[in-house]
Design a protein around this ligand. Structure first.
Ligand code: NAD
Ligand code: TDX
Length: 350
């Protein structure tokens, strides 16, 4: 089995690549990544020399490059994670999200379709990794199921919804074997420190303000990133082609309560008096179009395929804090110019 994983140098992608490379030594794993600001080869240092792993630098928006790659490598499957992923950036620059998330996905679908239609190919699956944000926002009650109608609000979620629709269209129109999973908010090691949890870990460490949008009452449903990677593994190997699965941990928290818990954990870890870090909380202007609440029903995945989350949030958050405190160099690099330099050196060697 030769699998192309896109976006494997990013947060979730790096955990998926690591899991597949280590768990399936007989598979060949190619990691295709453009290495935007969010892609970091340092996330994969522990597996980069494994014989069943190869990194390919490339842009999914470049159709000629993608077509040539598929023709040359004759992949058996794709797990597609490459995307622009930050909602705030999508509000500033929506077009970049259309380019990568919609056009990039359609380029991959076209290349996969061409391969699938060749008599010499053994193309089995296009697995598209998506988000719960495509379902829109919930009020105080309710939960997203696989049947919930799409109702995206941000340019990010609109672009992900568009990509999901194209994946289904290629399955229905051309018979491309494809499936989709929609996951809730992830947290854990290697999360880029522009997102709420790693941003606040970094700011607490440096005694900087913790910017909470609005009143901090928005609710997110948090899942530890390794549990998402395990779910992708289970779905990839067991789900029916054409199906959709929601992934989530039934773990809803208001943003303010997440940050209070984080402050408490980090008071202890940094030997600060209880209550010290909470004083850093600063309420700031709300995000435009800020979705109030996400909550995902993953019972289909749990009942049909036997997956369940492995960690309680408190435990996962403590593990995450420990990782960031132990990996100061990673954090310093991605918040400084060293990071760009590291890449130049890596490419020069390849
Ligand atoms: P990320 O921003 O950390 O990583 C994205 C990766 O894609 C980076 O390595 C980047 O270099 C690469 N990339 C971006 N544009 C590219 C392009 N044009 N060509 C090739 N590579 C490109 O994102 P993430 O948080 O790891 O999310 C991964 C996927 O999971 C995304 O599709 C996202 O929509 C989805 N998702 C994320 C979450 C979450 O909480 N982070 C939850 C559900 C679903
Ligand atoms: O500084 C901040 N202050 C704040 O209050 C930031 C960056 C965020 N927030 C709020 C906005 C959200 O309600 O915290 C919540 C989480 O924000 P993000 O970490 O930006 O994540 P979110 O917008 O929920 O989207 C994430 O989950 C779904 C990922 O970035 C997406 O890629 C994924 O699809």
């Amino acid at each position: 089995m030769k699998i192309l994983i896109t976006g494997g140098a990013g947060f979730i992608g790096s955990h998926v690549v690591r899991l597949f490379v280590n768990k399936y030594p007989n598979y060949t794993i190619h990691n295709l990544d453009k290495l935007t600001y969010a892609g970091n080869l340092a996330n994969l240092k522990d597996i980069e020399k494994k014989p069943n792993y190869k990194f390919i630098k490339g842009d999914i928006v470049d159709a000629a490059f993608i077509n040539a790659l598929f023709e040359k490598e004759n992949y058996n499957a794709v797990i597609h994670l490459a995307a622009e992923s930050h909602v705030d950036r999508s509000i500033t620059n929506p077009l970049e999200f259309v380019m990568t998330n919609v056009i990039g996905t359609v380029n991959l679908l076209n290349a996969a379709k061409t391969l699938y239609q060749l008599s010499t190919s053994n193309f089995k699956l296009f697995y598209h990794v998506s988000t719960d944000e495509v379902y829109g926002a919930l009020g105080e009650t309710g939960i997203f199921t696989e049947e919930t109608a799409y109702d995206p609000h941000s340019p990010y979620s609109a672009s992900k919804a568009g990509s999901d629709h194209f994946v289904r269209a290629y399955h229905d129109t051309y018979g491309l074997p494809a499936l989709i999973s929609n996951c809730s908010n992830n947290y854990g090691p290697n999360h880029f420190p522009e997102k709420l949890i790693p941003l606040c870990i970094n700011n607490i460490k440096n005694n900087k303000p913790l910017p909470i949008y609005g009143k901090g009452e928005n609710v997110r449903d948090w899942l530890f990133v390794e549990d998402h990677a395990r779910a992708i593994d289970v779905i990839f190997h067991n789900a029916k082609v054409g199906s959709t699965y929601n992934i989530g941990g039934h773990n809803e928290w208001t943003n303010i309560n997440v940050i209070r818990l984080l402050c408490k954990i980090m008071d202890k870890k940094l030997n600060r008096a209880e209550g010290t870090n909470e004083k850093l909380i600063t309420f700031v202007k709300d995000r435009a179009g800020h979705d109030l609440r996400y909550a995902i029903d993953s019972s289909k995945l749990q009942n049909e395929l036997g997956w369940k989350p492995s960690l309680q949030f408190e435990e996962g958050l403590e593990k995450t804090v420990d990782w960031y405190l132990a990996n100061e160099a990673w954090l310093n690099d991605v918040t400084s110019g060293n990071y760009a330099k590291y890449y130049e050196e890596q490419y020069a060697k390849r």
